[in-house]
Design a protein around this ligand. Structure first.
Ligand SMILES: [Zn+2]
Ligand SMILES: [Zn+2]
Length: 336
């Protein structure tokens, strides 16, 4: 059997025919980055390739001077003996799947992706391939999402339901916060106040033309301002921090896919939980695998075993979990 086109090395997913890595977690020469979340975009690589639209966020997170080539969605580039291209993953601004073609064989590496509509980023594009490496963060049948619009309406009702208290919504600073700000434009035109970490990234979304509610950093408001009836968005790290003392008697909520798990909200100490994920839910994962028409599927980044068993047993696809160093185990040079 010839060696697989993509293999797992200690540095990350590796393509020998093109001599590059995808989302490597150790420094390498050539790194293709699917998106700017910290578990995919590490610093220290000699040369980065990523989508042009993610350039602003990558430079903010990894440094202004990284050696980065921005590539438009769908534009093929030749690396070694391979053709590679980035295709929208619908996960966050600039997120991409990587398509790798070598001697007529096509692999697609999903990165993180979702199938639900999101006004803050490009929609998911189906990439037909022979072999698909899929994430599986929410790869259990219990995970099924409402649309972002339905959840945003719930957030709006919660926020505007108490005009006497500040409403503190906690969610990830990159992607989720901007999705909420974009979805909320369907229900209100009020100003939202932002934690500094959310503000910085929201500015980058505005620069590329994403329409969101007007926002002001919390730090720009007078000390005497009480935020009564206001929505404030903060990353989860702001919860129970000294920053929170700025708000008197706030109502608190967390927006995340994890809020679908019974008890998760209470354990984390939030009054409300909104189920809102930037990953595919169970039906979204299954649909995507079907649409790629892949005969071979490797499942990584989450609930590997359950999804790969389902794909093999119920759908007759050659599926197996892909163990990577990132998830704690691998053999050097192991063919995936
Ligand atoms: Zn991500
Ligand atoms: Zn991820």
């Amino acid at each position: 059997m010839p060696p697989a086109l993509i293999t797992v090395r200690p540095e990350g997913l590796y393509c020998a025919a093109g001599n590059f890595y995808i989302d490597p977690w150790k420094p390498v020469d050539t790194a293709l980055i699917t998106h700017a979340h910290a578990d995919h975009a590490y610093s220290g690589h000699a040369h980065y390739y990523a989508t042009a639209i993610s350039e602003g966020i990558l430079r903010r997170r990894l440094g202004k001077d990284i050696n980065l080539s921005g590539v438009a969605y769908g534009d093929p580039i030749k690396l070694g003996d391979t053709w590679i291209s980035f295709h929208s993953a619908g996960h966050v601004l600039g997120s991409a799947q990587v398509r790798v073609e070598h001697k007529g064989e096509v692999w697609a590496i999903s990165g993180d992706y979702k199938r639900d509509a999101d006004p803050s980023c490009d929609p998911f594009e189906v990439v037909e391939c022979d072999t698909f490496i899929t994430e599986s963060t929410f790869g259990l049948p219990i995970y099924r999402w409402d649309s972002g619009e339905v959840t945003a309406e719930q957030i709006c009702q919660w926020w505007q339901g108490d005009p006497t208290r500040p409403s503190l919504l906690f969610c990830y600073s990159f992607g989720k916060s901007q999705r909420v700000l974009a979805e909320l434009t369907k229900f209100t035109d009020k100003t939202v106040y932002l934690h500094g970490a959310v503000h910085n990234l929201t500015e980058i979304y505005r620069e590329v033309g994403v329409k969101m509610l007007p926002t002001i950093p919390v730090s720009q408001m007078e000390k005497s301002y009480k935020f009564e009836g206001d929505l404030i968005i903060s990353p989860p790290s702001g919860h129970r921090s000294s920053w929170m003392k700025r708000f008197k008697r706030p109502q608190t909520a967390f927006a995340s896919g994890w809020m679908a798990v019974r008890g998760a909200r209470r354990r984390r100490g939030y009054e409300r939980g909104f189920v809102l994920s930037d990953h595919a839910d169970w039906p979204g994962l299954i649909k995507t695998v079907e649409q790629t028409k892949a005969q071979t599927v490797y499942v990584t980044h989450g609930q590997n075993d359950v999804l790969s068993r389902y794909l093999s047993e119920s759908m007759g696809i050659a599926a197996s979990p892909l163990k990577t160093l990132f998830e704690g185990e691998t053999d050097e040079g192991l063919a995936v």
